[in-house]
Design a protein. Structure first.
Length: 497
């Protein structure tokens, strides 16, 4: 790429500045010559033509909102003069896109853990999962004790997944909690799981264990603390030692790339997100799907304005209808709380050059490449279909990343232009949209997609990225793992009793 601005689509009436532009500088290419009218930061948009108030501003080939006032060629387009076109729910029509997408036979592999049910993990960890927040302290104390006692020899880590729920919740929220906790217990990145209950909670431990279905009883154990006579720490450690003894004998074996399941997420986005990191992750998503693997796109509110692109890529009309429900159901959630559907992006997004939700969405959806949509999941659902899936979850980084992991993803690919240290309960690989962030925060960032702007061709960078993901799947730790930044967050919508 290695230039100072980019016109992303031939239909666009803006360019994106790849470096800061000063008032009076000229943007020139082929059939346009524009003098910049205001100092414009990197990642932000400059208008290529005069437009009247109400005229759509086009980026990525689609409207990202409309001009609030008359604007002139060379104007800096930002949140102060651009307004979203989004409002309420919409009626959609299915216009399938018949873009060819080839399947590829590839002998490339990673070193993973094959579980008894055939699922593949990329980590071999001992997890302690509370059924209710009341036993968080016990869970965390047990995790610390096992870690100190064993030094994690023969396994990757020991973790207790702290949360605040499992009681004092009703209907949908209660079921969301149970589903996410179930999904964590069944996740293949765990070589052994101790479920800890209190005994009097709404999320009754015995009923929760039934919810797991046909699980591996040698690797998943239950302890209900109110039923323990005496020291629950002693009882818990006895169970954990059994789990550790078994898990520590597990070994990595070659697994085909088709066994990879990756979650696609962005946070702290900037004007480069839809130009560098998100397209790179989209290329990787296509790489995995073409080889029989799976990728999952979520953050439904950040699909608003780009949803028809996804709808028309659905493999059939049934999936199209599920995607329509996915979108409109989330819009109804906003509206039911008296909130507008276009109230986004965040202050950090705006500072980075993203001015409306459509602007963000059209960049966000670059992460899922060109593959057809093969499945649609509701919140808490576990993966059933290979290929590109859509998942219902909000845009909040930790809630969405937890939902991706809970669905069965072994790794989350997280693009960011502003930077963030967090991670969920699976490896959370951070991909910077710009080289400056990669240089400033090497303790947060795992891979630099900003190299695209610096001149590295996409095919070359994709090859590097593929090798990096395979290395992480084979055991190389992500920055969030090295830092110990790992947690979960469960979506909540209703009443707390």
């Amino acid at each position: 790429m290695n230039k100072s601005f980019i016109k992303i689509n031939a239909a666009d009436n803006v360019v994106v500045c790849l470096r800061p532009y000063s008032k009076g500088e000229v943007i020139e290419q082929d059939n346009y010559y524009v003098e910049v009218r205001q100092d414009t930061p990197a990642g932000h948009k400059v208008l290529l033509e005069n437009v009247k108030a109400g005229t759509d501003i086009i980026k990525y080939g689609y409207p990202i909102g409309h001009a609030q006032v008359d604007l002139q060629a060379g104007d800096w387009v930002n949140e102060y003069n651009l307004k979203t076109n989004l409002s309420g729910t919409l009626t959609y029509e299915y216009h399938p896109v018949n873009e060819s997408f080839s399947r590829i036979n590839d002998k490339r592999s990673f070193m993973g853990y094959v579980r008894s049910n055939g699922e593949v993990g990329v980590r071999n960890e001992i997890w302690i999962v509370p059924t209710v927040g009341c036993v968080n302290g016990i869970a965390e104390r047990l995790a610390a004790t096992l870690t100190k006692e064993t030094g994690c020899r023969g396994i990757d880590a020991v973790h207790a997944w702290h949360h605040n729920y499992g009681c004092s919740q009703l209907s949908g929220d209660h079921e969301n909690t149970r589903k996410i906790l179930r999904d964590i217990v069944l996740h293949p990145n765990a070589g052994g799981v101790l479920v800890i209950g209190l005994g009097c909670e709404n999320n009754q431990p015995d009923e929760f264990m039934q919810m797991l279905g046909d699980y591996d009883r040698d690797r998943v154990k239950l302890m209900v603390t109110q039923k323990i006579d005496g020291d629950e720490m002693e009882a818990g450690m006895a169970i954990l030692r059994q789990l550790y003894e078994r898990a520590s004998k597990d070994r990595r074996t070659p697994c085909p790339v088709s066994a990879l399941r990756v979650g696609l997420k962005c946070g702290g986005s900037d004007g480069f997100s839809g130009i560098t990191a998100n397209p790179l992750v989209g290329e990787f998503s296509d790489f995995v799907v073409a080889r029989g693997g799976t990728s999952i796109l979520t953050e439904v509110p950040e699909m608003f304005g780009a949803e028809t692109i996804l709808m028309n890529r659905c493999e059939n009309e049934a999936l199209f209808n599920q995607t329509v429900h996915l979108i409109n159901d989330f819009k109804e959630y906003f509206l039911s709380h008296g909130e507008p559907v276009g109230e986004n992006p965040s202050p950090g997004n705006k500072a980075g050059g993203i001015s409306t939700l459509e602007d963000k969405a059209l960049g966000c959806t670059q992460k899922c490449g060109r593959a057809p949509v093969s499945g649609v999941l509701m919140y808490g659902d576990r993966l059933q279909t290979h290929g590109l899936n859509l998942l219902s979850a909000p845009g909040n980084d930790l809630v969405a990343a937890t939902a991706l992991a809970a669905s069965g993803c072994q790794i989350v690919l997280f693009t960011t232009g502003r930077g963030t240290p967090f991670g969920t309960f699976i490896p959370t690989m951070k991909i910077s949209t710009n080289s400056d962030l990669f240089t400033r925060k090497p303790n947060w960032i795992d891979f630099n997609a900003g190299a695209l702007v610096d001149g590295t061709p996409m095919p070359e960078l994709l090859n590097q990225f593929v090798e990096k993901v395979i290395a992480i799947a084979s055991g190389e730790r992500t920055r969030n793992e090295e830092n110990g930044y790992r947690e979960i967050s469960i979506f909540k919508n209703g009443v707390t009793l």
